[in-house]
Design a protein around this ligand. Structure first.
Ligand code: ADP
Length: 250
């Protein structure tokens, strides 16, 4: 059995004694854990029916079933699958067991290039240039899964919210910190919205986000990961000009 306490101390001038007050947080912490476990389990359980539904749609297509509803069913299944995937990642990141990231010395250029490759087709289909600028022999201690998720979400957004121009991923060491910056020449974010983009399910333009395959969870995943590294994230953006997301990791 684990018990959780908060403690505060105050000095009583009259008697010269110190008063320690203990607050029992056990129930509160247990409840929080139950809530987190519930989300993780529910999300995990949703994976199976989605996979089965996907299979049925494939079978219907192979059987030559022709219905105007089929593409709609398919795109909604895809959307649900993306949501479930993002929720699972979020709950995994919030899990106290994962809170300590396991870092390993990693070839950052190689990793960044392999992530950029995932978006090559999508960028080409939109006529966007996808540039990777990486300092040579850039090795840094990172945790592979979280670092990949960070990059995937930032590059995915940059490609989704850019209609012309380029997306540039840059990595270098700055004052002995690793800087990863993802820059685009896309639609940008107005100043009054910038403060909210890291909130869960917050999207600036609902229909645009949905149409481009967004879940509203990408940047909240990014924020969680930056916190795991005790890093820093800075966003600069101008409406209709573009955005740059800079992440610093020590
Ligand atoms: P979504 O799945 O909707 O893209 P995110 O959490 O990744 O959700 O981002 C939140 C919102 O921030 C997006 O809906 C979008 O409005 C805005 N946003 C994120 N990245 C960019 C970008 N590179 N350019 C313009 N807007 C962006």
């Amino acid at each position: 059995n684990n018990y959780y306490f908060d403690v505060s101390a105050s000095f009583l001038e009259e008697s010269g004694e110190i008063l320690l007050t203990f607050y029992d947080l056990t129930e509160k912490v247990k409840l929080q854990k139950m809530k987190k476990d519930f989300v993780a389990n529910a999300t995990h359980e949703l994976k199976t029916p989605i996979t089965i539904l996907k299979g049925f749609v494939e079978t219907m297509k192979n059987d030559g079933v022709d219905s105007p509803y089929l593409p709609l069913i398919e795109s909604n299944i895809e959307r649900m699958a993306r949501l479930i995937n993002d929720l699972l990642i979020l709950s995994r990141l919030e899990d106290s067991k994962v809170k300590k990231i396991e870092r390993e010395e990693t070839d950052i250029c190689q990793l960044v290039n392999s992530i950029a490759l995932l978006f090559k087709k999508k960028a080409e289909s939109k006529n966007l240039e996808l540039k990777v600028m990486c300092q040579e022999n850039l090795f840094f201690h990172i945790d592979r899964f979280t670092f990949e998720q960070l990059l995937i979400n930032l590059v995915d957004n940059a490609v989704r919210y850019t209609e012309k121009g380029y997306v540039e991923v840059l990595c270098k060491i700055e004052n002995s910190r690793l800087l990863v910056s993802v820059k685009d020449t896309g639609i940008g974010i107005s100043e009054d919205k910038l403060g909210r983009i890291f909130e869960r399910f917050y999207v600036v333009d609902k229909s645009r986000s949905k149409k481009s395959g967004g879940t509203g969870l990408g940047l909240s995943i990014v924020k969680h990961i930056v916190e795991l590294y005790s890093g820093e994230i800075i966003v600069e953006s101008r409406l209709n000009k573009g955005s740059v997301f800079k992440v610093y990791i020590s």
